[in-house]
Structure formats: structure tokens, C-alpha cells
Design a protein around this ligand. Structure first.
Ligand code: COA
Length: 260
């Protein structure tokens, strides 16, 4: 299938998606969002694809945000729907059931940062810039950014980015855990593909279940997370290892665990 705003090549079990509006720094207009949804649904059901790599066209931008020109006429109700539609596309990516790697090749701002956040692994080129500049426009991140950014880098750092609207460079993004790795621009796709190949080399049942398990940790409330924690803590207390650990501490010796 041909897309107007995207390119997709599938080879050796990897789907390479390029957001392709370079003259608009790959800003996501309505068409790009609907094409992304269609393409990811197609890839989800493609048995020949194990891993997806997403990048932006050109050397300047991954995605410079949602298309600001399409925001102008939104009223309250339309704004809510606009946000929900974007969330739906990015939720599809996060819950695709196959690993998605963002190869961030320049500006990842607003919806572009949120797209990278919805991916499972982020590799940035050293010219990449990240930011949530929505406050400059009188709005907030609306494609899951307020939720995913805080979960990934912590509430304090997320609030700093969201409240100031400032951009950070790739090294700072690496330092705060927003990206997994920084490489030069010419190395970016090589590095992303090499990461994809490592995953493809593993049992895909385990890869998909691991994705599901880690995604599930993002879903539970603090209360149910703590209930689960307490249950597991109790299970530890019923183990022989627990008794040995405590006894060894009191007797000032090293514990000898039996893994039971
Ligand atoms: N929506 C729509 N168009 C965008 C865009 C966006 N988010 N980001 C960039 N563009 C367009 C520009 O309007 C310009 O188009 P034009 O040539 O038709 O005027 C083109 O992309 C190139 O951008 P330009 O601003 O000239 O490039 P620059 O190198 O001077 O600046 C940025 C780069 C990324 C700093 C700047 O484009 C910018 O601030 N973009 C908006 C980022 C943003 O706020 N994103 C969050 C949106 S919620």
C-alpha cells in the first residue's frame, strides 16, 4: 500500500517506517496520524515482521510535533477528541505486541517526543533535540506525554520539561534516561538495526510476553501495585531462604541459600 506521508520498507523481519514530510519537519498532520494507524495495524498482523524501526525523513527532524496549523480552530470538545485520536495511535504502537524502536534523527518535539515515548526503545543521533513545547502554545502534551514522560524519567524531570517547554539535547536525554543510546547520525540506522537484530535472535514468544509484562507495570495504580508487592513480600516470608537470611544476619555469618 502507498502512503502519502510515510514510507515503509520491510526486509529480513524488520519494518522500517519513515515519517515523510521533510519540508514540514515531519510534523504529524491528520493524514499522517491516520496513515500511521493503518500502517501499524497492518504490521501488527504481518507474520513476516518481528521488529519495527521508526525514524523521520531528512537529517533535521524526527517529528517536530503535531501539525500546529491544524490546532487553530479546536474548541473544547474538538480538543478532547483530537487528543484521544492521537492517544489511540500511540497506544496502538505501545501495545503493538512487537518491539518498536525509535531512531530519533533530529527534533523530537511535542507529538514527536510523544511518538518516541510510545516506542519501546529510543536511540538518538547526537543532533537530536527533545522537548515538550506545548505550553508555548497554551496547551499541554495531549498524545500521552504527560503520562509516559513522567513514568520514564520521573515526575520532577518530566515536570521541568513540560512546564518550561525547553529543549534538551541528546546527551542530556541520555543522562535522564529518556533515550537508551546516542550515536552519530550516520550510525543511527545501523545501530537501530543492530538492536533489532539482537531482539530478532531471541525467542519471539518470550519477547512478546516480556513486552506485555513490562507494559502491564505501567497500567496498575499505586494501590494495586502495592497490593501485589505485599502479596509477593508475604510469599518471600514463607520461604526457607527468608529464614536462612534472617538467621545468618543474627548469627553474623554469610547466608547459605537453597533457592527454596
Ligand atoms: N507544525 C506545523 N509546521 C511545522 C511544525 C509543526 N509542529 N514544525 C515545523 N513546521 C514547519 C514550519 O512551519 C516550516 O514550514 P514553512 O517552510 O512552510 O514555513 C517548516 O516546518 C520548517 O520549519 P522552520 O521553523 O522554518 O525551521 P527552523 O529550523 O527555523 O526551526 C523548529 C525548527 C523545530 C525549532 C521550529 O520549526 C519549531 O519550533 N517548530 C514547532 C515545534 C513545536 O512547537 N512542536 C510542538 C507542537 S504541539
Amino acid at each position: 500500500m502507498n502512503y502519502e506521508t510515510l514510507q515503509c520498507d520491510r526486509r529480513d523481519r524488520i519494518a522500517f517506517i519513515t515519517i515523510n514530510r521533510p519540508d514540514k519537519l515531519n510534523a504529524l498532520n491528520a493524514l499522517a496520524k491516520s496513515e500511521l494507524k493503518q500502517l501499524f495495524l497492518d504490521i501488527q498482523h504481518d507474520a513476516e515482521v518481528d521488529v519495527v524501526i521508526v525514524t523521520g525523513s531528512g537529517e533535521k527532524a524526527f517529528v517536530a510535533g503535531t501539525d500546529i496549523k491544524e490546532l487553530k480552530e479546536l474548541d473544547e470538545q474538538q480538543g478532547r477528541i483530537f487528543s484521544e485520536r492521537g492517544q489511540e495511535v500511540f497506544n496502538l504502537i505501545e501495545n503493538l505486541g512487537k518491539p518498536v524502536i525509535a531512531a530519533v534523527n533530529g527534533y523530537a518535539l511535542g507529538g514527536g517526543a510523544e511518538l518516541a515515548l510510545a516506542c519501546h526503545i529510543r536511540i538518538a543521533s547526537d543532533n537530536a533535540k527533545f522537548g515538550q513545547p506545548e505550553v508555548n502554545l497554551g496547551i499541554i502534551p495531549g498524545y500521552g506525554g504527560t503520562q509516559r514522560l513522567a513514568r520514564l524519567v520521573g515526575k520532577g524531570r518530566a515536570l521541568e520539561l513540560i512546564l518550561t517547554g525547553e529543549q534538551i539535547d541528546a546527551q542530556e536525554a541520555l543522562r535522564i534516561g529518556l533515550v537508551n543510546k546516542v550515536v552519530t547520525l550516520p550510525e543511527l540506522m545501523i545501530s537501530a538495526e543492530s538492536m533489532a537484530r539482537k531482539v530478532i535472535g531471541k525467542g519471539q514468544v518470550a519477547v512478546r510476553l516480556a513486552l506485555m509484562a513490562v507494559n502491564a507495570t505501567q497500567e496498575v495504580s499505586l494501590a494495586s501495585g502495592q497490593a501485589f508487592e505485599a502479596e509477593l513480600f508475604g510469599r518471600c516470608c514463607a520461604s526457607e531462604d527468608f529464614k536462612e537470611g534472617i538467621t545468618a544476619f543474627i548469627e553474623k555469618r554469610k547466608p547459605v541459600f537453597k533457592n527454596k
